[in-house]
Design a protein around this ligand. Structure first.
Ligand SMILES: Cc1ncc(COP(=O)(O)O)c(C=O)c1O
Length: 439
């Protein structure tokens, strides 16, 4: 018997009853501490939900979330319960709280909770998925040259370990005068009969370019119409810089897998993420890390076959987690729902538009992100004549403006206006960038 006995074991030993009684005590003790549900009033009030330094203009918030009040309070509640009686609190909350997290994520995404696997980050999702998607002899993975380190490395490790063929293509030569049609066309014409998996990134953190994922999905669906299920192109998207920015529904998007961290634009607890898979696509995902799902665990204890649960469950890695963070993730989805998806998108677009238009008007600045919101989301990349991107970011930081440098072979200064910013902050930032040259 494992030392981490499961619910069935507990029921048999009677500990479950004790745990339930204890945890009921916690529920009552901590219920009083629950803050009333967040309601959106205006952007100034929203900003007060975050304990971010008011002395800084935060334009790299997408890098790693600051926890808003409901998320922070939920973390504290779970932490207190776990610290008081780790096993009692865990038994009482594990199944119920994970189900709540999955349901709120599913509501937000317009998906089925059984199609969602929980992870600790985008990178964990990418590594598990690209490491485990089944390929038959001769089938290839088609990807682009525009992905983040985490996609590129997951695919390289897969190729090195298994000999899988990974073919990388550029989707464009220049970002100037690029159109959505050109991007779709580039992908479409690169798909060959051998292409089984297509791996792309929705919003590129290298340039801010946003791919037309829905149109790409439609192009892939048209190819798939003449293919057997086992040869169907499976479309995988790193959506981390779209989740919490773009107003989309997974029931309509058209991709097969969406991989994202929830600790960036979603304001979820640090160390959380998810993989959503279409029910037709999940069967080709092979797990690498044992799930700790209680049914899977019970099946193992009973030595029964463990192959009849949704694949997303097997793709949710087990081992114990920082549960106070995982179980507070539902609050992040509720927080975004309270603001409203379309309001979120509109605000991020407006602030980014203001920044891009302002940068375009500064003579010594070259903007690399497309101005059109059709081709960009919440990330703006630029260069300043005669100044290294790192120096630009350092100088802005000295002036209280927090940006970042793109962590890619070609480096740019990067600013990401988000829900935490105001039009005034963008104006201040533009004024500082205008002055940078002379300083
Ligand atoms: C496009 C993209 N994918 C993946 C990641 C990695 O995300 P995570 O920290 O959630 O693993 C990042 C940035 O950190 C990114 O920019």
């Amino acid at each position: 018997m494992s030392d981490i006995g499961r619910r069935g074991f507990l029921v048999r030993t009677g500990l479950a009853l004790g745990a339930a009684v204890l945890a009921d005590g916690y529920s009552r003790a901590f219920a009083d501490q629950q803050a009333p549900h967040y309601r959106f009033k205006n952007w100034e009030v929203l900003r007060t939900q975050f304990p971010l330094s008011p002395r800084l203009i935060h334009l790299a918030a997408f890098f790693l979330a600051s926890h808003p009040t409901p998320v922070r309070e939920a973390i504290e509640r779970h932490r207190a319960g776990l610290d008081t009686d780790p096993i009692g609190y865990w038994y009482e909350h594990e199944e119920r709280q994970e189900a709540t997290v999955l349901q709120t994520a599913a509501d937000y995404l317009d998906a089925d909770p059984t199609d969602i696997a929980l992870t600790d980050s985008t990178t964990m999702g990418l590594g598990l998925l690209y490491g485990g998607l089944e390929l038959r002899d001769g089938q290839e993975i088609l990807t682009t040259t525009h992905n983040h380190y985490s996609t590129e490395t997951s695919l390289r490790l897969r190729a090195e370990r298994t000999g899988a063929i990974v073919r990388q293509i550029p989707l464009y030569r220049s970002l100037k005068a690029l159109s959505r049609d050109q991007l779709v066309d580039s992908l479409h014409k690169s798909i060959t009969p051998a292409t089984r998996i297509v791996a792309v990134t929705w919003v590129h953190s290298s340039t801010g370019l946003k791919l037309p994922i829905h149109e790409m999905a439609l192009a892939i669906q048209s190819i798939n119409r003449s293919r057997d299920e086992q040869d169907r192109v499976v479309f995988c998207v790193d959506g981390v810089h779209a989740l919490g920015v773009e107003d989309f529904r997974l029931s309509e998007l058209g991709c097969d897998f969406l991989i994202a961290g929830t600790h960036k634009w979603m304001f979820g607890p640090r160390g959380t993420g998810l993989v959503w898979g279409h029910p037709k696509a999940w069967p080709i995902a092979q797990a690498t890390i044992p799930t700790f799902n209680s049914q899977a665990f019970d099946q193992w204890i009973g030595h029964g076959p463990s192959n009849n649960l949704p694949r997303s469950i097997y793709m949710t890695p087990g081992g114990f987690h920082s549960f106070e963070h995982r179980w507070a993730l539902d609050e992040a989805f509720k927080f975004h729902q309270a603001i409203g998806k379309s309001r979120v998108t509109q605000r991020i677009y407006e602030l980014n538009q203001q920044l891009k238009e302002g940068l375009t008007a500064i003579p010594h600045v070259t903007l690399h992100t497309p101005v059109s919101q059709d081709l960009s989301a919440g990330i703006v990349c630029f260069e300043m004549a005669g100044m290294a991107p790192r120096t630009v970011v350092e100088k802005l930081r000295q002036r209280g403006i927090v940006g970042s440098v793109t962590p890619y072979a070609t480096q740019y200064a990067r600013l990401a206006p988000s829900l935490l910013n105001s039009p005034n902050e963008i104006e201040t930032t533009l004024a500082e960038i205008r002055n940078l040259r002379s300083s």
